[in-house]
Design a binder for this molecule. Structure first.
Ligand SMILES: NC(=O)C1=CN([C@@H]2O[C@H](COP(=O)(O)OP(=O)(O)OC[C@H]3O[C@@H](n4cnc5c(N)ncnc54)[C@H](OP(=O)(O)O)[C@@H]3O)[C@@H](O)[C@H]2O)[C@@H](O)CC1
Ligand SMILES: Nc1ncnc2c1ncn2[C@@H]1O[C@H](COP(=O)(O)OP(=O)(O)O)[C@@H](O)[C@H]1O
Ligand SMILES: [K+]
Length: 505
């Protein structure tokens, strides 16, 4: 699914109005009608509805909702915030229609003192500002937003299109923004919904299709995408009937150190469960028995050192692996760094680089220059900051992520609720699968195994990244469904992979 900027969303509205037989007024009726249908599925008429409207088209949506809900038997109080003397054309039209039918339901707010008392069972609808928001809200308007937020614990807040005050495609951090329980957004996710800094503002997001022009949507390029099953279906390649294990590649996982052989085991298991043809694991001596017993399907190569890996570069000039994954539980010993340096000097195909291998790149930044093009780096936010520095806000961090991916010709993901995946062509994909149950030690090691397994099978770096992160999150969702978010472990994600390949594509 494409994620458009506020400007592109306005263009999509205009294009739809010009090229399909619908007027802007009717498009607003349709949008508000979708919100009303959603609302009726969630709230009965026993709850009085308090709708706060701005004077742009977001407010226009609120005015249409006020009329439709009253037609459907709801008690509605509509409050128009007098922040401007220039209401939009459709706002004026919809206000007239509401006035014609329900004049006594309309009130005006020109100051904080006009804010109404809300009955205990009221529901608040926020239709103050939508995609037209271009700067922080200030003065008494900011006071209204804070006042609505003060009601958050007692009253449900439903925002139309965007929580008011939030800017669709910029950072609104530290701005006054409505803290919604639900956001009913038209046609597209907004970039702002995917940023961790806005986690407490949107509540549950529901995307309501309003029939914007498919022609505009498919012909308009955008940098940002949300991965969905349509994209994943185009990537997935079923196994062929005459395949043998050579068809699906030989992967090498370099992982583990004393006390962290579990990380290597988790990566190995998930790599095998992702369809790799053959897997070798390079571990220190202390990992040999553990690995062989835990995962008999993997072969083992053992370092000369007992506690950590020091010589994995040896013989790699002529090695025939289809993919290498390095990092889980690796430790950051100097001898390990030296071996990584020598590996990078001879290994020129894309690798998956995670965890302590990323930490080594941040300790020895010159190594970062040597990472093969099209490799996949998988930092969590802390590892990302160690590698590339800190940022003022999440939009700046996305820019930094993308700049590094483009200039270094790497695929870099930034883990989180919506893992962001930056590609060398400047595009950024967000992954929607996964849940907070995956915030548990070892989840990232499982991802490294999956990505390495997919790369070894011949998926391109971009395909392996989008597909791997999707299936990892999907398996995590299955694990949470079976065990609960609290009780699930990283091992349960691996156990979910079978069903995820069957159902999640
Ligand atoms: N087009 C369509 O067909 C459809 C559009 N739809 C709906 O339209 C919404 C977009 O409407 P929009 O473009 O009118 O912008 P909107 O969010 O109402 O804000 C504009 C108002 O806010 C004001 N304002 C802005 N910043 C401010 C600030 N910091 N502080 C104070 N004021 C500020 C600005 O005033 P000004 O900047 O001119 O002073 C202006 O009055 C979209 O989110 C969706 O809900 C749907 O019905 C589907 C069909
Ligand atoms: N709240 C969440 N929602 C979705 N996915 C999550 C959430 N928390 C963690 N994850 C996923 O779990 C994985 C955690 O990785 P990481 O922090 O590297 O774990 P570890 O280092 O313990 O292996 C990432 O892929 C991340 O996207
Ligand atoms: K709104």
């Amino acid at each position: 699914m494409k994620i458009f900027s506020a400007e592109q969303i306005r263009e999509a509205d205009q294009f739809t109005i010009q090229h399909t037989p619908i007027s802007s007024s009717d498009l607003m009726e349709r949008a508000a009608g979708k919100c009303v249908s959603w609302y009726e599925d969630h709230f009965t008429p026993d709850h009085p509805v308090y709708i706060f409207c701005g004077k742009g088209n977001n407010g226009g949506d609120g005015l249409v909702m006020a009329r439709l809900l009253q037609q459907h038997g709801y008690t509605v109080n509509t409050f128009i915030l007098q922040h401007s003397n220039n209401p939009s054309k459709d706002h004026t039209l919809k206000l007239q229609q509401l006035t014609d039918h329900y004049p006594s339901s309309i009130h005006s707010i020109g100051d904080l003192s006009d804010f109404p008392e809300l009955p205990a069972n009221a529901v608040i609808i926020d239709a103050i500002f939508g995609t037209g928001m271009s700067r922080p809200v200030e003065g008494w308007l900011a006071g209204i937003i804070h006042r609505i937020n003060d009601h958050r614990l007692q009253h449900t807040i439903v925002s139309v299109d965007l929580p008011s005050g939030m800017i669709a495609d910029e950072s609104s951090v530290h701005f006054p923004v409505i803290q919604a329980h639900y956001t009913l957004s038209f046609e597209f996710y907004k970039l702002a919904f995917l940023l961790p800094e806005n986690a407490m503002l949107t509540g549950e997001v529901h995307i309501l299709p309003i029939g914007l022009s498919p022609e505009y949507i498919s012909n308009t390029p955008t940098r940002y995408h949300l991965t969905d099953s349509t994209i994943i279906k185009t990537i997935y390649r079923p196994r062929t009937p005459f395949a043998n294990k050579g068809t699906y590649g030989h992967a090498l996982l370099i992982a583990g150190s004393y006390g962290k052989i579990g990380a290597a085991v988790l990566s190995a298991k998930s790599c095998l469960r992702s369809g790799v043809g053959l897997l070798s694991c390079y571990v220190p001596q202390c990992g040999y028995d553990i690995m062989q017993i835990s995962e008999p399907c993997a072969m083992c190569i053992v370092d000369e050192n007992t506690h950590y890996n020091t010589h994995f570069h040896q013989g790699m000039e002529s090695a025939r692996y289809k993919a290498i994954g390095i990092g889980p539980g690796l430790d950051t010993q100097t001898a390990t760094a030296k071996s990584l340096e020598r590996l990078l000097a001879v290994w020129k195909s894309p690798m998956v680089i995670d965890a302590d291998a990323l930490n080594l790149l941040s300790i020895y930044p010159s190594l970062l220059q040597e990472v093969p093009k099209n490799s996949i780096l998988t930092p969590h936010p802390k590892e990302f900051e160690r590698l590339f520095g800190s940022s003022q806000n999440d939009i700046d961090r996305l820019e930094l992520l993308s700049r590094e991916a483009v200039s270094r010709h790497l695929y870099i993901l930034l883990k989180g609720r919506y893992t962001a995946m930056a590609c060398p062509d400047g595009s950024i994909y967000f992954n929607p699968t996964g849940n907070p149950g995956m915030a548990t030690g070892g989840s990232g090691d499982v991802l490294t195994g999956i990505l390495t397994g997919l790369l070894a099978q011949g998926y391109s770096s971009k395909e392996a990244l989008l597909f791997g992160v999707w299936i990892h999150g999907y398996a995590g969702d299955l694990a949470a469904a079976e065990h609960s978010q609290e009780a699930m472990t990283a091992a349960d994600i691996i156990n979910g992979l079978g069903k995820a390949f069957q159902e999640g594509i």
